[in-house]
Design a protein around this ligand. Structure first.
Ligand SMILES: Cc1cc2nc3c(=O)[nH]c(=O)nc-3n(C[C@H](O)[C@H](O)[C@H](O)COP(=O)(O)OP(=O)(O)OC[C@H]3O[C@@H](n4cnc5c(N)ncnc54)[C@H](O)[C@@H]3O)c2cc1C
Length: 468
């Protein structure tokens, strides 16, 4: 097949992979008048960010609760381009409520002062910590203000935990603040993940404009926010989006990709963006020798995946009021009140059992619980995971003991992100490859950030710009 834009003014660009990196590249190119062809092996777009309708309740469920931040500038630009910015809510100021089973609630609430004073106010007001510990937090704040050119080289070999220790952070400071942020943003144990990436996450969030640190909360399913509007945008600009088409090889001659193959179909190309995960690239371009997935423990020349588990629970009556909370000293890290979050977009209802399908009536509540860095749980039976979730939830929301669980749905994403250990940074490839017209995109390429939506969107845009 010859993918020829009608006028042939632009090169024939083929994008492999319809996750956010591929979609971001496609949107960038199409927005500049380059119609693209995008091939996605699955029957739906979105990669690791998608939603689906739960058959029992009829509710829209995400493959995993995602949180974005005000500092996701590239993602916000992408949302604006595809016209879905208003489908996510940006907190006016950062506010996170923490619940501890015995110590009770605490809040990180940044006042409406200019940055970085807002951070100072937030840290000093964190009432889960003693005054001495709150003052210790400021040492991290001061470190963030220093010149990154001086700080970053010292951080490269360190883990988050080692760095925090070197800054005099107490066990409580780690447990009740820094670890929560580190596990949430880097998706693995702070004792194994990169201090450098954590430092960059903190700098992006807490320096610059005050809104950088605010959370950006999707008010709709992930597909409605990030994927469906992108598809519309692309189709309206003459791009061709093909689903259920997996690429299994390419023809390379004289240092350039000449064509891409999917089964018996061949696509002639001028430029290609491979926006697939590290474990999928070898099938497409075996000769590139980019690092793949770790096969044995201790191997430091490959990526290791870290899972995320989302436990969706439906109760017959409300068990929590807050929109979302972070749990401390708990196996579950976050709880999202989906009924409330989605309420502004959708009529709320209650559930009744009828012919095996739950029907909406008033009063029910749908909540999503997240376990990040979930390697210790991912092989457990789903029933056991639900049991753990209910136990942890009951500690902080006693109403759970009086409510009836009417439905549950556990989503395990085994390869949610790569585990960002200090040495992994050196493995992450740049967008350019040794083939002149083949570019890489994906959250695992060297974006400088952990595996996030922002990293994926950023990488796609960068690959597109290299082509332009
Ligand atoms: C449960 C969960 C929770 C998360 N929470 C957050 C969060 O709160 N905040 C945040 O910022 N990030 C979060 N992330 C991370 C974020 O979702 C990812 O970083 C991002 O979606 C990665 O996008 P990508 O395009 O790089 O890769 P993917 O989304 O993996 O896209 C790659 C695509 O390539 C396709 N593909 C592979 N091989 C081929 C082939 N041969 N031919 C054609 N197509 C192919 C795949 O099917 C896939 O659709 C979370 C991830 C998960 C799973």
């Amino acid at each position: 097949m010859n993918i020829t834009p009608s006028d042939r003014v632009h090169p024939r660009v083929l994008i492999i992979g319809g996750g956010l990196s591929g979609l971001s590249a496609a949107v960038e190119l199409a927005g500049r008048g380059y119609p693209v062809t995008l091939l996605e092996q699955r029957q739906h777009l979105g990669g690791r960010t998608y939603s689906f309708v739960d058959e029992v309740t009829g509710d829209v469920v995400d493959n995993g609760q995602h949180l974005l931040m005000g500092c996701y500038h590239q993602t916000r630009r992408y949302l604006k381009t595809i016209g879905s910015e208003s489908r996510a809510f940006l907190q006016p100021n950062l506010r996170i409520e923490f619940l501890h089973p015995r110590r009770g609630p605490a809040t990180l609430s940044c006042p409406a002062s200019p940055a970085p004073l807002h951070l100072l106010g937030g840290l000093l007001g964190l009432n889960s910590l003693s005054w001495n510990d709150r003052l210790r937090l400021l040492r991290v704040g001061l470190e963030l203000q220093k010149d990154p050119m001086r700080v970053e080289p010292q951080l490269s070999p360190l883990t988050v935990d080692e760095w925090l220790t070197s800054l005099g952070q107490s066990p409580d400071n780690k447990k009740y603040l820094w670890d929560v942020i580190a596990i949430g943003s880097l998706n693995d144990d702070p004792r194994t993940v990169s201090a450098l990436l954590f430092y960059r996450v903190l700098r992006s969030a807490f320096l610059g404009a005050r809104e950088n640190s605010s959370l950006l909360i999707p008010r709709v399913g992930l597909s409605e926010l990030l994927v469906d509007p992108a598809l519309k945008f692309l189709e309206s600009r003459g791009s061709s989006i093909r689903m259920g088409v997996g690429v299994d090889g390419m023809e390379v001659r004289e240092g350039r990709v000449r064509s891409v193959r999917s089964g018996s179909e061949t696509f002639e190309v001028d430029a290609v963006i491979a926006a697939v995960p590290y474990y999928a690239l070898d099938v497409i371009a075996p000769g590139l020798s980019t690092p793949g997935e770790k096969q044995s423990p201790g191997e430091e020349t490959a990526f290791e995946s870290s899972p995320i588990i989302t436990i969706n629970l439906w109760f017959d009556k409300p068990v929590m009021e807050q929109e979302f909370v972070a749990l401390l000293d708990s196996r579950v890290h976050w709880v999202f009140n989906k009924s409330r979050i989605l309420a502004s977009r959708k009529e709320e209802g209650r559930l009744q059992m009828a012919e095996g399908r739950l029907q909406k009536t008033d009063g029910r509540q749908y909540v999503s619980l997240v376990i990040s860095g979930a390697s210790g749980y991912v092989e457990m039976e789903k029933e056991e995971i639900v049991r753990i979730a209910l136990e942890d939830l009951r500690y902080v929301f006693p109403e759970v003991g009086h409510a009836k669980l009417v439905h549950s749905l556990v989503v395990k994403e085994k390869r949610a992100t790569f585990s960002p250990t200090p040495w992994v940074e050196s493995l992450r490839p740049s967008s350019q490859t040794r083939l002149q017209n083949l570019f890489l995109a994906g959250d695992w390429t060297n974006t400088g950030y952990p595996a996030t939506i922002e990293g994926a969107v950023m990488s796609g845009r960068k690959a597109a710009e290299l082509i332009v």
